[in-house]
Design a protein around this ligand. Structure first.
Ligand code: PLP
Length: 400
């Protein structure tokens, strides 16, 4: 290797712990890593079944539902797919609220399953507007829309949609469509109340607010959605809720990732110990610090908050828009290569235009301040114009 010139030109990895400021996967607490570190086990053993049932009962409290939770050994895409194949028949029409890359991806998936998707179009910097949703529902007099699909927290843009207001739009117009909500980057970080908000299906994943490795996702399903499931004709097997209900755990068609549930039990213990209200308040506080820093950086024609509606600014992820002519990837490279800080990149059409700071999961003030300091250094390294003093503004926000 010493004679390989290419290897010799690679600079050594910076020392110290990686600061993982991606919006998912997120930091995994050491106690969860220790909980997962277990030998294989027969998932039919009574002890494991009891652990599984306890985890699901507690997860339901976090989701805020009495509905059934079906789990999949798959990342969030698996739960998206489960939501489509279990609820709809070929040719059904969905109304997708545009929010960003993830609403586009869910749309693309639905079309591949022969569903028709109409979109409430939106500026990605704000997300679909409730009035436009209400108008689309009111215009659908024959009730073609079988469901309204929302990404509660659009991870690509850092915009949170007011799902409870979308429920109100359905109620105001007397529209019977199901309301589907993707909470992959909001569950266990932002306030969420599935049943109280009248949501029929919640999509969640393991690797963000729940602080677990990627690889498990789930859907929580209302009674109304279960009724729709019985009429739905799209082909399915591994993701089929009816098949699952016949299994001992009433979930999982195949082998259950047992270690994930030991991790989930510990994650739930951590969340319960802190209390969901305090968890959400911590996310709000840390997000405020990130936004305060970005507002300062935006001086001197620097990078700015991508989300232009303060009421919708996400408390779990902030997307930062680069000034014209500057590449977000140069900032990310400097942050990772020099300071060992991993930031999120721009997705889809936002590639190179934004970078993202994830501030969800197992995170505290010094971790956020360290990340912000590394970003500010990286802006200097990449010769991106910006206002100086973002970290000081973040500290002020944290002590205000
Ligand atoms: N929906 C949202 C809002 C997401 O943030 C993601 C991934 O980050 C997904 C869906 C897709 O989930 P996964 O990458 O776990 O398959």
């Amino acid at each position: 290797m010493r004679n390989d010139p290419e290897m010799n030109s690679v600079s050594p990895k910076p020392r110290g712990r990686t600061f993982f400021a991606n919006p998912g996967p997120t930091n995994i607490p050491d106690s969860i890593l220790r909980a997962i570190d277990r030998p294989s086990q027969d998932f039919m053993e009574d002890g494991f079944v009891a652990l599984y049932e306890d985890c699901i009962a507690r997860l339901k409290r976090i989701i805020g539902t009495e509905g059934h939770v079906f789990c999949y050994a798959a990342s969030g895409h698996g739960a998206w797919e489960a939501s489509l194949v279990n609820l709809f028949s070929p040719g059904d029409t969905l109304l997708m609220l545009e929010s960003g890359y993830f609403s586009e991806s869910w749309t693309e998936m639905a079309r591949k399953f022969s569903l028709t998707v109409e979109t409430v179009a939106a500026d990605w910097r704000r997300g679909a507007q409730v009035d436009a949703v209400r108008a689309a529902l009111a215009a659908d007099r024959s009730h073609r829309f079988k469901a309204v699909c929302t990404v509660h927290n659009e991870t690509s843009t850092g915009v949170t949609l007011p799902v409870a207001e979308i429920r109100a739009a359905l109620d105001d117009t007397g529209h019977p469509a199901l309301l589907l909500s993707d909470t992959i980057s909001s569950l266990a970080s932002l306030p969420y109340a599935m049943d109280a908000w009248g949501i029929d299906l919640t999509v969640g994943g393991s690797q963000k607010g729940l602080m677990l490795p990627a690889g498990m996702s789930f859907t929580a399903v209302s009674r109304k959605a279960m009724e729709a499931h019985r009429q739905a004709r799209l082909p399915r097997h591994y993701l089929d809720w009816t098949v699952m209900l016949g299994r001992r755990h009433r979930s999982f068609v195949g082998t259950i990732p047992t270690q994930m549930f030991y991790g989930l039990a510990e994650a739930l213990r951590l969340l319960e110990e802190e209390g969901m209200e305090a968890v959400c308040a911590r996310h709000h506080r840390l997000a405020g610090a990130v936004r305060a820093a970005v507002r300062v950086w935006s001086g001197n024609r620097g990078p700015e908050l991508f989300c232009t509606d303060p009421a919708r600014a996400s408390d779990s992820v902030t997307a930062i828009l680069m000034p014209d002519g500057h590449d977000a990837e140069a900032v990310r490279r400097a942050a990772f290569g020099r300071y060992n800080v991993s930031l999120g990149g721009g997705l889809g059409r936002l590639g190179g235009r934004v970078f993202r700071i994830g501030h969800l999961g197992d995170l505290n003030e010094p971790m956020v301040l360290g990340t912000l300091a590394a970003v500010e250094l990286s802006l200097r390294d990449a010769a991106v114009p910006h206002g100086r003093g973002g970290v000081a503004a973040a500290m002020d926000a944290l002590t205000a």
